[in-house]
Design a protein around this ligand. Structure first.
Ligand SMILES: C[S@@+](CC[C@H](N)C(=O)[O-])C[C@H]1O[C@@H](n2cnc3c(N)ncnc32)[C@H](O)[C@@H]1O
Length: 266
C-alpha cells in the first residue's frame, strides 16, 4: 500500500488495525504488518478465523440491536474499513441510524473520512480518540448521538489493547462508558482469550513488536458487571446467535480463542 499514507505515519512501526486488515485479506497494510501476520499465522492459523468471526459477530450484533429498535451506535476500535462496517449493517436495517466510529490509528481515520459515508437520512461520524479517555469520546460523540436515547456500544477486539494497570484500566473504561448511556442501551464486547496456543502466538507477536492483553472468559464477562447479559451469555464468538448468512458457518462449531458477550443496561 503506497497511496493515501497520512503524514506522520511511521511505516516501520506495526499497527493493530493494519495487522487485522492483513488477517482479513485486505490491502491496507505495510511489510511490517504482514511480517507479524505471517509469523503468527505460521503456528496459529486460527487467528485468521478469529478476525473473520469478529466481523461476523459485529454483523449479527448490530442486526440484533437494530431489530430491538436501536438507531445509535458507538463503535470503539473501528479498524480499517472492510465488508459490513457498522454503519452499513445498521443503515441496511434502518437507514436513519446514526453511527460514531472511534479509533486512534492515523490510517483508520484517513480511510474512515474517505470511505465510511452514510446512507441518506442517517449520519456517520468519526472521533479520533484513545479508548482510555471515555469522557473525551462521549463529549465528541454527543455532537452526533443523543445520549438520552439508547445506544449500542461496540468494543470488538479492542479491550486487549488496554492493560490492567492502565489508568483507567479496561473495566473502568467500560464502566465510564456505561455510566454515560441510558437504560435500554447495549454493550457488546469481543476479545481474545488466554490459552496455551494464544499465549504462544502472543510471544511471537511480541518478538515482532506487537502486544496484546489476553484474558479469561470470566474476566471478559466481568467487564459487563451491572448489565443484564443477554442470551446466550459469555460464549465463543462464533457461537453467539449464529445465523445462516454467516460466512464463518463452518467455524461455528469450532472453539476459537475468542469470546464475546452482550449486556443490556437495565
Ligand atoms: C484488532 S482491531 C479490531 C477492529 C474491529 N473492532 C474488528 O473487530 O474487526 C483493533 C482496533 O482498535 C484500535 N485501537 C487500539 N488501541 C486503541 C486505543 N487505545 N484507543 C482507540 N483505538 C484503539 C486499533 O487502531 C484497531 O483499529
Amino acid at each position: 500500500m503506497t497511496e493515501n499514507v497520512p503524514a506522520g505515519l511511521d511505516q516501520k512501526v506495526p499497527s493493530s488495525a493494519r495487522c487485522w486488515n492483513y488477517l482479513l485479506g485486505g490491502k491496507d497494510n505495510f511489510a511490517v504488518d504482514r511480517a507479524i501476520g505471517d509469523a503468527v499465522l505460521a503456528d496459529y492459523p486460527a487467528i485468521k478465523h478469529m478476525a473473520r468471526a469478529s466481523r461476523a459477530f459485529l454483523r449479527r450484533f448490530v442486526t440484533v440491536a437494530a431489530d430491538a429498535g436501536i438507531r445509535q451506535f458507538l463503535d470503539l476500535g473501528t479498524g480499517l474499513p472492510t465488508a459490513d462496517n457498522t454503519h452499513e449493517v445498521a443503515q441496511r436495517a434502518a437507514h436513519e441510524s446514526r453511527i460514531v466510529y472511534v479509533d486512534n490509528d492515523l490510517l483508520v481515520l484517513a480511510h474512515a473520512r474517505a470511505l465510511l459515508t452514510s446512507a441518506p437520512g442517517g449520519v456517520t461520524d468519526y472521533v479520533d480518540a484513545d479508548v482510555r479517555i471515555p469522557e473525551k469520546i462521549v463529549a465528541q460523540a454527543t455532537e452526533t448521538l443523543d445520549f438520552s436515547r439508547p445506544i449500542a456500544v461496540l468494543m470488538l477486539a479492542i479491550l486487549g489493547h488496554v492493560r490492567d494497570d492502565d489508568q483507567p484500566g479496561p473495566a473502568e473504561v467500560v464502566h465510564r462508558l456505561v455510566a454515560a448511556i441510558p437504560s435500554g442501551s447495549y454493550v457488546a464486547i469481543n476479545d481474545s482469550i488466554r490459552t496455551p496456543a494464544s499465549e504462544a502466538a502472543l510471544e511471537v507477536a511480541r518478538r515482532h513488536g506487537a502486544d496484546y492483553n489476553l484474558r479469561t472468559p470470566t474476566q471478559i464477562g466481568a467487564f459487563l458487571e451491572g448489565l443484564d447479559v443477554v442470551e446466550p451469555g459469555v460464549v465463543p464468538t462464533s457461537l453467539w446467535r449464529p445465523d445462516s448468512d454467516d460466512p464463518a458457518v463452518p467455524l461455528r462449531f469450532q472453539p476459537l480463542d475468542m469470546y464475546c458477550a452482550v449486556g443490556r443496561k437495565p
